[in-house]
Structures are given as structure tokens and as C-alpha cells.
Unconditional design. Structure first.
Length: 362
């Protein structure tokens, strides 16, 4: 079967059947070029995705644990950071492994139902991530521009309500994705290349690929980033200006700037890592971009890898940019190491007693 580089699994687009026997000499040369990089892609991409998945899984789990187990870290910003970690975790679990398998396999191996489920959850995770960043930006805007008046709004209870509202709305709004995707059997009429199955978007009378991709690009990337940019443009003059009319200690001002800087870096990282794949998906839907050369194939693979890396980079950013997170990470890791060392040093009889006591719940 020819390498299926016309399909990209972030949001799938139709694969193009390829008939080698009826191809021109130039097309056959391109076909050979694809096979040269196909074996490399099938090895390197799953390995890269594996590193991203492991880093994202344990990193986001660590973020969730250190915030949930430390009451002093239950600020509005940190609760939104936990929500972002949950969305990234969803992406890591339901997107990366199946995309890696799709790169290795000649055909989508998981069936129609799981194709629809995976595509739905991918879109849910993507929307939840970007709109959590919108909430984080609104939170920072209120904290900087209206530090006194916003205290009634920036509470743990209201933040949790906003998080629940985002998940409810996104889960409902994204439901059509499950009905507009499915497994399509592709047959290139060549006995050497039997039919294969592709998990992809399926156009219908109400929604075509171009319209779908434009809606996805606008609602999951362009529009929320415009809102975020507007908030920070309004905020930046107030943030760095001295004597804003509100009396605050020097330490309080520094803390406010540190938190805002962290949120800005997270937003920039998300926007930068997702931009290449968003553009490729849009241009492919408009039939402007085609994965029909070595360069465009490699560009597509790199773009997808960068987008997936966004699911694991945030814990790293927190560790570098936030003293509180860095200390909490260090404490959690040290506690884990001490517990392991303590368990390994226990004599056998003591270990048995401890196990019996734990199982009774006393």
C-alpha cells in the first residue's frame, strides 16, 4: 500500500488514492521518494510521540497532584492550570497513541466507532485547552486592571463553575464531530495494493471539508487568540505602569507580574506550537497545500509533532517560571523517593504487617 501522507490525524482530511501502474514517470519518482522516507517516519514519529506521551502523562499528573494536594495553591489561576493539565492529559491518552499506531499501520486498525470517538475527544481536548487559556487571560485581566473590584468574581467557587460550564458546552458543541468522521475504505484498483481503511472527515450535504476546517480554525485558534491578544494589549500598559491608583506592596506587584508572565508564556507556547498544523489543515482543506513532495511530507510530520508537544510542555514551563510549582514538584518527588526508600528498608515481617493494616482501612 502506498504511504498515506495525505491524511493527518489531528483533524483528519481525505486520503488520496494512488494508482502506481497508471502514474506518470514523475509521479512514480515521487512515489519512490515517499517510500524512502516512509520507513524513517514509521520509526521516528512513534518514538517522538512516545517521548511526548510519557512526558505529558507524568508531567500533567504531577501538576494535578501538587495543586490538588496543596490547599495553599488553590488560587484561581492554579485551578485553571489544573483544568489545562486535564485537557492535555485527555489529548495524550486519546490522541497520541492512536496517531502513532496510524503511522505504523498500513490501515486504520481500530474500527469505525473508535475512529469517531478519538476524533471527537481530540477536538474536545483542543477546544478545552484554548478556552481554558482564554479563562486564564480573563482572570489575569481582572487581577491586573480591576484588582479590588474583581475579588468577588475571582473565587474558587466561581472558577469551578466556569470550568464546569466550559466542559459542558464543549462536550455538547463538539458532538457533530463524531457524526462527521468515520472509516472510509480506499481502493486504488491495483492488485498489488489491496484496499485500506482511513479514519477521516466524511463530507455531507450540510457540511463540506472546507467549511468544517474553516470553522475549526476560526473557533479553536483564531478567535480565542484574538480575544486573548485584546485582553493583554489592554492589560500590558496597566501592568508595567507605576502608580496605577491602587496601593499595592512591591512584593504583591512582583507576584502579580510573575503570574501574568507565566500565563503569557503558556499562551505563546500553545499558539506557536499549534500554528503550523492549523495552517496546514486549513490549506489542505482549501486544496492549496498537498503532501506530494519530500519537503511537504516532512513539514506536515514536523507540524503535527510540534502540536502534540504542546501537551507536555506546560509542566516544564511551570517548573522554570514559577517558584511555587518548582518547590511543589521538588517536594512531591522527594516525598516519593523517601517513601520508596522507607518501603525498601522495612524488614519482611514489618512489610506484611503494614500490608495487612492498610487493607483493613485502620
Amino acid at each position: 500500500m502506498p504511504p498515506n501522507f495525505e491524511n493527518i490525524s489531528v483533524i483528519s482530511s481525505p486520503a488520496t488514492p494512488y494508482n502506481y501502474n497508471n502514474a506518470t514517470a514523475k509521479e512514480q519518482d515521487l512515489f519512490q521518494d515517499f517510500y524512502e522516507i516512509s520507513s524513517l517516519v514509521r520509526i521516528t514519529v512513534p518514538l517522538c510521540f512516545g517521548v511526548i506521551a510519557l512526558t505529558g502523562f507524568f508531567g500533567n499528573i504531577l501538576v494535578i497532584l501538587v495543586v490538588c494536594l496543596n490547599k495553599q495553591m488553590h488560587s484561581t489561576t492554579n485551578l485553571l492550570i489544573v483544568n489545562l493539565a486535564v485537557a492535555d492529559l485527555l489529548f495524550v491518552i486519546f490522541c497520541i497513541p492512536f496517531t502513532a499506531a496510524d503511522y505504523v499501520a498500513d490501515s486504520w486498525p481500530f474500527g469505525d466507532l473508535w475512529c469517531r470517538t478519538v476524533q471527537y475527544l481530540i477536538v474536545v481536548a483542543a477546544f478545552t485547552s484554548i478556552y481554558t487559556l482564554v479563562l486564564m487571560s480573563i482572570d489575569r485581566f481582572l487581577a491586573v486592571v480591576h484588582p479590588i473590584r474583581s475579588r468577588m468574581l475571582r473565587t474558587e467557587k466561581i472558577t469551578k463553575i466556569c470550568i464546569a460550564a466550559i466542559w459542558t458546552i464543549i462536550l455538547l458543541v463538539c458532538l457533530p464531530v463524531a457524526f462527521t468522521h468515520g472509516v472510509v475504505k480506499t481502493d486504488d484498483d491495483d492488485p498489488d495494493f489491496p484496499e485500506f481503511e482511513v479514519c477521516q472527515f466524511i463530507p455531507n450535504d450540510f457540511l463540506g471539508l472546507q467549511t468544517y476546517q474553516i470553522i475549526f480554525f476560526t473557533s479553536s485558534y483564531l478567535l480565542p487568540l484574538m480575544v486573548i491578544s485584546g485582553l493583554y494589549m489592554r492589560m500590558i500598559t496597566r501592568l508595567w505602569r507605576q502608580g496605577s491608583g491602587v496601593r499595592m506592596s512591591v512584593e504583591s506587584q512582583r507576584g502579580r507580574k510573575r503570574v501574568t508572565r507565566l500565563v503569557v508564556v503558556v499562551v505563546i507556547a500553545f499558539a506557536s506550537l499549534w500554528l503550523p498544523v492549523q495552517l496546514i489543515l486549513l490549506l489542505k482543506a482549501l486544496y492549496i497545500y498537498h503532501a506530494d513532495t519530500k519537503f511537504t511530507v516532512i513539514l506536515q510530520v514536523v507540524a503535527q509533532t510540534l502540536a502534540y508537544a504542546s501537551s507536555c510542555i506546560n509542566p516544564v514551563l511551570y517548573a522554570f517560571l514559577s517558584d511555587n510549582f518548582r518547590k511543589a514538584f521538588h517536594k512531591a518527588i522527594n516525598c516519593s523517593n523517601r517513601f520508596q526508600n522507607y518501603s525498601s528498608d522495612l524488614p519482611p515481617a514489618r512489610k506484611t504487617s503494614y500490608a495487612r493494616t492498610s487493607s483493613t482501612g485502620f
